[in-house]
Design a protein around this ligand. Structure first.
Ligand code: ADP
Ligand code: MG
Length: 408
């Protein structure tokens, strides 16, 4: 990283940082309904070598980018101004300045082994790598959750992608050997005591306006290998175009349903109240009932999964994953032939449970498998894909890795 930085920018970097991709164990399409999610960080990460600049220039180069140095001025950054991949990192710098942090420019060199567009959140990894590097370069007093909220703002308002906060929180706040149980409902920060220990940096470079909200989360032990299990990621290597527009439509449907039910968010609907809510929605246009059923049952699955992981009961976790997949397939309708085949084949070949992970319409599937069956599951999924006339998926075993951090 240091050599490549020097080759491109002609001087040594100040340091090297990394931020990981993620898979979500359970809790899909719940984050924009102020519900629960349970992701882990992956060992695959976006790394960035960085040095500050005092002249206000922001120069960006990615080994996975377009082979040119993108050269920007930090005080000219504005939503929509950067349309390439560089919009994600530039958006973080913009969001930091919008939040009142007095930061200058930087030279940034990126290299990554997070597959892009595979539902593993390479975009959040890219953003969080920048956020954590700027925190240290400019000695900003920011918690990992505040970094995530700024990274989400970059993706929403600068890059124009209306994502929830899960991906950025996973990348910024996960720890090794644990899943992140996150309540995505923003809590007012004034007067409240955060539930997690402070991870603020040491000194402040300015007097920033702190975000008005905090997020509650808790680390839940996740070490399946200790019980002879492996977590496989099956990257189907398909991404159906449909996904982009569908996300906004689904999100709008959930918000409309909450409004019709008189709720701030679907997170406020209990399982007991679900039948009555479905009856109310029955008279309204749009297939809102199944969307609501998915969100309510999915939040329940997250809470149940956390209870099981707290007890170390991985065997009972499997069926929850599989039930989550069925809900995404039948109620939320974001699965596709490839993710269905991967999940079904994995379970038939001995997985305790399997589900699509990420927004849907392709991307990746996770499967919880006894270690001795991992190869058989992988081969079965490959064979099924070839029999269907599709390219073989990429399958790898993973562990819960660390969140964004300085490497060097
Ligand atoms: P996902 O986050 O699931 O991987 P997205 O479509 O949200 O998929 O983000 C992928 C985009 O993020 C890429 O098209 C690219 O613009 C950007 N990106 C991710 N990683 C890198 C990288 N290492 N270098 C340059 N751009 C990257
Ligand atoms: Mg993304």
């Amino acid at each position: 990283m240091r050599d490549e930085f020097e080759r491109i920018f002609g001087a040594a970097p100040s340091g090297v940082w990394a931020a990981p991709g993620r898979v979500n164990l359970i809790g899909e399409h719940t984050d924009y309904n102020e519900g629960f999610v349970l992701p882990i960080a992956l060992p695959q990460a976006v790394r960035v070598a960085a040095a500050p600049r005092s002249d206000g220039r922001l120069r960006l180069y990615s080994a996975q980018g377009d082979d040119v140095v993108t050269d920007l001025l930090v005080d000219r950054l504005a939503p929509g101004a950067v349309t390439s991949w560089a919009g994600y990192p530039a958006g973080v710098v913009w969001a930091l300045r919008e939040a009142g942090h007095r930061i200058g420019g930087a030279d940034l060199y990126f290299d990554s082994d997070v597959p892009t567009g595979a539902g593993l959140s390479s975009s959040a990894a890219l953003e969080c790598a920048v956020a954590v590097a700027f925190r240290d370069l400019y000695q900003l007093e920011l918690t990992s959750a505040e970094l995530a909220l700024l990274a989400q703002r970059a993706e929403n308002d600068f890059a124009g992608v209306p994502c929830g906060v899960m991906d950025q929180m996973a990348s910024s706040s996960c720890v090794e050997g644990a899943a992140l149980f996150l309540d995505t409902r923003p809590q007012p920060s004034a007067g409240g005591t955060p539930t997690q220990p402070s991870d603020r940096g040491t000194s402040a470079g300015g007097t920033p306006t702190q975000p008005a909200t905090v997020l509650n989360y808790r680390q839940v032990p996740f070490r399946p290998a200790e019980q002879g299990l492996a977590l496989l990621v099956i990257d189907t290597r398909v991404k159906h175009d449909l996904g982009d527009g569908a996300y906004a439509t689904l999100r709008a449907g959930c918000e409309r349903a909450a409004e019709l039910l008189g709720l701030a968010a679907l997170r406020d609907l209990s399982a007991e109240a679900l039948p009555a809510a479905l009856a109310v929605l029955d008279g309204h246009p749009g297939e809102l009932g199944p969307l609501v059923r998915h969100v309510v049952t999915e939040d329940e699955r997250v809470v149940r999964a956390v209870e099981l992981l707290d007890k170390g009961d991985f065997a009972a976790l499997g069926p929850i994953l599989t039930a989550g997949h069925a809900s995404l397939r039948d109620d939320f309708k974001v699965s596709c032939a490839e993710t269905d085949l991967a999940a079904d084949t994995a379970v038939a070949a001995g997985a305790l449970g399997a589900r699509m992970t990420g927004g849907g319409f392709g991307g990746s599937v996770i499967a919880l498998v006894p270690q001795e069956l991992a190869t058989a599951v992988e081969e079965a999924v490959e064979a099924a894909f070839l029999a269907a006339g599709w390219a073989a998926p990429k399958v790898f075993a993973t562990v819960a890795a660390a969140g964004a951090r300085r490497l060097d």
